[in-house]
Structure formats: structure tokens, C-alpha cells
Design a protein around this ligand. Structure first.
Ligand code: UDP
Length: 233
């Protein structure tokens, strides 16, 4: 199969003109790729978790690039043109937000905070406003950014409610968007413990990639627990 693109944790292969196969690898990276590890089974866990979330979004009428889950570690996806903007939604202050601004760790946001960042390891994903995104030419209009924001907030509502029923707090997450062949804006990439922060609702234990970033150990044990909880009815 022809490799279209290999990123830090996933590889994309061509299936045909309309579809691609997205492989979730076992690689884990943090700090724009500065810290690296391989954890056998991580790719399969993320692929399954992300498939569950993408299917949930589909049920709720939110457009995504997801077509099918191919166990253990692949998704069949629509080929899209990725918008080089990461959309971050925050329900609780932590991570880079408390390092960059005088927010107290754990502060709850209502309404949630939405941040746009340029996808660029070289520039460390800097936050951009509408003017910068337009001037860089990474989006074609203010409406496109508004639409990304609106979809991201809807995704937040859907995931937050779903996860809370499973005893998981959705702290924050990152979304990527793409345009399909008809020009529709759709949610792309993955939604997993690599791209979200999850806290146990009771114990507040960290159940996501922060375990790797902060060397807390038992990374896959917690990814496994996320998978277990969200696959229960
Ligand atoms: N995130 C991501 N990819 C990035 C940056 C952030 O998936 O390149 C996710 C991260 O997992 C977290 C949320 O976006 O769920 C907010 O991350 P933050 O800005 O706090 O960055 P960090 O503390 O990871 O540097």
C-alpha cells in the first residue's frame, strides 16, 4: 500500500481516490516530539477508543472523516485536506494553559474555552487569532474558523456527557478538521487519550497521555481502563 503520510503516532495509506487507511502506531511522543517511547498495544487501544468516539459523533450528526474501524489498529477514513489548525477545547484549566496564563490549576470554565493553534512543531504550535490564521492563509474565511469553533463545542458537549456517565471527566482535548472532496468541513484525525485529558470522576486520577508526559507510569493500564469504561453500556 502506498504511504501518503507518516506522522508522530499514525501512518496514512492510500486505499483509493476517496479513502485512506489510518494506522495507529505504538509510538508515543510529547513535547513536539522531543520525548519518545514505544508501548506495545497503544496503537490498538487508541484506534478502538477513537472509533467509539467517532461513531458516537456520527450518531449525533457531527460530520467526521471516519468510515470504519478495522481491528486492531486501523481506521478506514475519507481522504480529506487537513486544515493546519489544532482546535483545543478546555473545560478545566491545566497543562500549557496554566503555564502561559495566570489561571489556577483545576479552575472550571463555563462556557468552555476554545483555542486555535497553528499545527507546527517548528514553531511549537503557537496560538493564532483570526487575523493571523487568515494572513497565513491556513483558513479561507472567518466563517471557517467560526464553523470549527461551533463543531468543536458540540463535540465537547457530546463527549463530556457520554464520558461523565462512564465516570470520566473530559478536562480538555484537541481536534483537527479537514475538507472532504465535496468541500464539507469534517472532524478528522483521532480522539483518544493521546489527544484528550481524562480524569477519573471519583479519584481525579489521570487517565491520559499526561501519565507519559509527566512520567507517572502505568500509561497503558489507564488507556485500557478508558477503553473498558467507554465500551460498557
Ligand atoms: N493536544 C494535542 N496535541 C498537541 C497539543 C495539545 O493533542 O499538539 C491536546 C492535549 O493532549 C490536551 C489538550 O490538547 O488534551 C490541551 O493541551 P495543552 O495546550 O495543555 O498542551 P500540553 O500541556 O500538552 O503542552
Amino acid at each position: 500500500m502506498k504511504l501518503i503520510y507518516a506522522g508522530k503516532a499514525k501512518s496514512l495509506y492510500e486505499l483509493d481516490e476517496e479513502r485512506a487507511l489510518m494506522e495507529f502506531r505504538d509510538d508515543l511522543t510529547a513535547g513536539d516530539g522531543a520525548k519518545k517511547a514505544r508501548k506495545a498495544g497503544k496503537g490498538a487501544l487508541n484506534a478502538e477508543i477513537s472509533a467509539t468516539f467517532m461513531e458516537l459523533l456520527r450518531e449525533k450528526g457531527i460530520p467526521t472523516h471516519f468510515l470504519d474501524y478495522e481491528a486492531p489498529n486501523k481506521h478506514v477514513v475519507k481522504r480529506v485536506k487537513i486544515v493546519p489548525i489544532e482546535v483545543i477545547v478546555r473545560n478545566i484549566a491545566t497543562g500549557s494553559l496554566v503555564r502561559r496564563y495566570p489561571f489556577k490549576e483545576g479552575t472550571e470554565f463555563s462556557p468552555p474555552i476554545v483555542e486555535f493553534c497553528l499545527k507546527s512543531d517548528e514553531y511549537h504550535d503557537p496560538m493564532v487569532n483570526e487575523d493571523i490564521a487568515l494572513a497565513l492563509g491556513v483558513v479561507s474565511s472567518r466563517e471557517e474558523l467560526a464553523k470549527m469553533r461551533e463543531i468543536a463545542l458540540k463535540v465537547n458537549e457530546v463527549l463530556r456527557e457520554f464520558l461523565l456517565e462512564k465516570g470520566i471527566i473530559l478536562v480538555d482535548f484537541k481536534l483537527e478538521f479537514g475538507h472532504d472532496s465535496e468541500g464539507n468541513l469534517v472532524v478528522a484525525d483521532e480522539i483518544s487519550p493521546d489527544t484528550c485529558r481524562f480524569w477519573d470522576a471519583k479519584t481525579k486520577e489521570i487517565m491520559d497521555k499526561d501519565r507519559f508526559r509527566r512520567d507517572l507510569g502505568d500509561v497503558l493500564k489507564y488507556y485500557e481502563e478508558v477503553k473498558r469504561r467507554i465500551s460498557q453500556n
